[in-house]
Design a protein around this ligand. Structure first.
Ligand code: ADP
Ligand code: X2W
Length: 282
């Protein structure tokens, strides 16, 4: 018999304990704009998510789209700047952010999952009272900090076998729209669902130390130290902040991993090998 088929059967057999461990688990996956790359990578991600659902996991997708927002702002000649990894958002920028996240990025992910045979439905934090926000910092304009997350709609969707795909927008108490960093939104949702895993997919293999080596396990204390000494910088700041807040909020473990690596999510959940940097409570 062809050896590849034997290897496939063996792989499936070896995955059994992991499939059992994650049966009915809730896994929140943040797909960063940098991890979205090519159509092939998107198709593979969609296939992995569809497979997860097929074997009884409840995947919840929260996406970013920073690079896509940047290119649309450039086309419209609108300047944009970041403070500590978050986009300063005025009313004009907010319109573009919403248009790109809900109109382009969200729709692309939903379509990719549908093409793999999964049932995906796109929504944003503004739908069904999912994420209510307040102003995070006066310097950032319409950037929201989630104050209340109502995950009921997500539970209803999971019960029906639907994979939610969520754009990181929120609603203020006065009905205004807020831009939420994708990592922050994913962490808040993971905490509200008391998720078993929060997977933060990005474009690096994990959190690196000052020598550039990926740390496979990290503690909260290590993270705080690395933020203070500047080893963790830029977009990695909201990511690690999110991981810590999610753990405080009741998530069992958070993992920062390379979304461009082949079958990144499956590798992390269903093999002994794991992937990226894992941060556990403690
Ligand atoms: N200590 C670190 N380890 C790994 N990446 C880091 C670190 N400090 C800063 N970074 C930067 O953070 C980036 C990931 O954040 P970001 O670009 O916002 O990703 P995404 O768009 O996937 O959310 C990496 O590409 C890297 O340039
Ligand atoms: C407040 C804030 O910074 N919002 C982000 C939302 C998108 C995002 O988080 O995209 P990535 O995950 O691809 O970086 C932004 O405007 O770029």
């Amino acid at each position: 018999m062809n050896r590849d088929w034997i290897a496939t059967a063996k792989t499936l057999s070896q995955a059994l304990p992991y499939l059992q461990r994650y049966a009915d688990a809730t896994v929140v996956i943040k797909l960063g704009g940098h991890a979205m790359g090519s159509d092939e990578a998107m198709d593979e991600f969609a296939r992995d998510v569809t497979l997860m659902r097929q074997v009884g996991v409840n995947p919840v997708i929260v996406h970013g789209g920073g690079p896509m927002i940047n290119s649309m702002l450039e086309r419209l000649n609108i300047q944009s700047e970041f403070v500590d990894g978050k986009r300063v958002t005025d009313a004009e920028t907010m319109e573009v952010v919403e248009m790109v996240l809900s109109g382009l990025v969200n729709a692309r992910i939903v379509q990719a999952i549908s093409e793999q045979g999964g049932r995906a439905v796109g929504l944003s934090g503004k739908d069904s009272g999912l994420i209510v926000c307040e102003h995070e910092d006066p310097r950032l304009g319409l950037v929201g900090r989630p104050t209340r997350v109502n995950p009921r709609i997500l539970r209803d969707m999971a019960d029906k076998g639907i994979i939610p795909v969520i754009a990181p927008l929120g609603m203020g108490d006065g009905g205004e729209t807020f831009n939420i960093n994708g990592d922050t939104a994913a962490g808040a949702i993971a905490a509200a669902l008391k998720a078993d895993r929060l997977l933060l997919l990005t474009d690096v293999a994990g959190v690196k130390n000052a020598e550039g080596d990926v740390l496979t396990e990290l503690t909260a204390a290590q993270i705080r130290e690395m933020v203070v000494d500047g080893t963790i910088a830029g977009g990695m700041i909201p990511k690690t902040e999110t991981a810590l807040e999610a753990l405080e909020g009741g998530v069992r473990a958070a993992v920062i991993l390379d979304g461009r690596a082949p079958n990144a999510c499956l590798l992390e959940l269903f093999t002994e090998h794991g992937a990226g940097s894992i941060i556990r409570k403690g």
